[in-house]
Design a protein around this ligand. Structure first.
Ligand SMILES: [Zn+2]
Length: 352
């Protein structure tokens, strides 16, 4: 991956963006898209859309959601300890003992999620399921009054983790889901800048995916595309304890994931596979037996229907602060989508 692209990816994942609080990351996206688009729009919902060749045919929407899972301040007790709820799906077992950032009006504040030490845990307590409502954040405040001067009810919270390199092309961060997808759609825009283009391209950084695919729904309505492709992460199954008979076999580092199933327009699905094969771009095949839990779902059933598809990057440890993926898989997703965008024209038949 180019050095400046890597820096952009790092900036995206490290900018806080829990669902409903995406403005800081969307400002970063806007700035990037402005370099490579004919026009950039932010809609009333917060979706940012970089438009290239708006009069072209067909109209193609690419969607990567920019929101990440996180938490929200709900209550501050007399001693200044903070209770919180989840934004999106987070396993409560992950949270105790973690550093978090509370994103206050005056900037981020460090906090820690407290945990009774093993020395004083009763035997029954060791077996207990972790309940989010029983956890608390300690910011080191003296009491409620001091905490309230800094933190307000409703402030969003994220884990503190940042992007770091593992071995080879593997990297770890919180928030790859799905700022990686936003990165891919921006990167595709960059790569088609000087290329001959027949399609109209609407590269969209959608909001509020983690709380019900809400941004893509309104964006798809306003863009009114014929083809809509969501770019998201998929659960890799290449680590201990995963039942491949149930979850299928997806590896980190073996290419982007393409799908067959109800959420995928067969023509677009086949074309993606054909392009990957012809251009020797590695990919993995997966079956999605119903609607996917991605933006592709709401895009497909927008208005009178859209030819939808999904391109995913395999990711280990989804919705944890240590999401792991391969930069090579991202690169392959970008290559495939760039080739797709450059090949399509108004003659494309989307009827299954
Ligand atoms: Zn997610």
């Amino acid at each position: 991956m180019r050095k400046d692209s890597f820096q952009f990816l790092k900036k995206l994942v490290e900018t806080p963006s829990p669902s409903g609080f995406e403005q800081p990351v969307q400002r970063v996206v806007r700035e990037e898209m402005a370099k490579f688009s004919d026009e950039v729009k932010t809609d009333v919902h917060g979706n940012v859309i970089g438009i290239k060749n708006p009069q072209g045919k067909p109209r193609l929407m690419l969607a990567g959601h920019c929101d990440e899972v996180g938490f929200m301040v709900r209550y501050i007790d007399e001693k200044g300890f903070i209770s919180f709820s989840a934004i999106g799906g987070i396993d409560a077992h992950l949270i105790p003992g973690k550093r978090v950032q509370i994103h206050t009006q005056k900037g981020p504040i460090l906090g820690v999620v407290g945990k009774k030490p093993i020395h004083i845990l009763r035997k029954e307590e060791k077996k207990e399921e972790v309940e989010l409502s029983k956890l608390w954040i300690d910011i080191g405040a003296k009491d409620k009054k001091e905490a309230e001067k800094l933190v307000s009810i409703g402030d969003p919270i994220t884990f503190s983790e940042r992007l770091e390199r593992l071995q080879g092309e593997l990297v770890v961060s919180r928030g790859f889901d799905d700022k990686m997808g936003t990165f891919v759609v921006c990167e595709v825009l960059r790569r088609i800048t000087e290329k001959p283009l027949r399609a109209a391209v609407f590269a969209t950084s959608t909001v509020q995916e983690e709380v019900g695919l809400r941004g893509a729904r309104t964006a798809a309505y306003s863009i009114n595309p014929q083809i809509g492709i969501a770019v998201d992460v998929d659960v890799a199954t290449d680590y201990p304890g995963v039942d491949k008979k149930k979850e299928g076999e997806i590896f980190v580092g073996k290419g982007a994931v393409l799908y067959k199933g109800a959420n995928i327009n067969p023509r677009v699905g086949e074309m993606l596979i054909k392009i990957a094969t012809e251009e020797s771009i590695p990919y993995q095949l997966s079956g999605a037996s119903g609607a996917t839990g991605t933006d592709a779902n709401v895009i497909q059933i927008s208005r009178a229907g859209v030819a939808a598809a999904l391109v995913s990057v395999p990711l280990r440890y989804l919705h944890t602060p240590v999401e792991v993926l391969s930069l090579e898989d991202i690169e392959n997703a970008v290559k495939l989508l760039t080739a797709f965008v450059l090949r399509i024209n108004e003659e494309i038949n989307l009827i299954p």
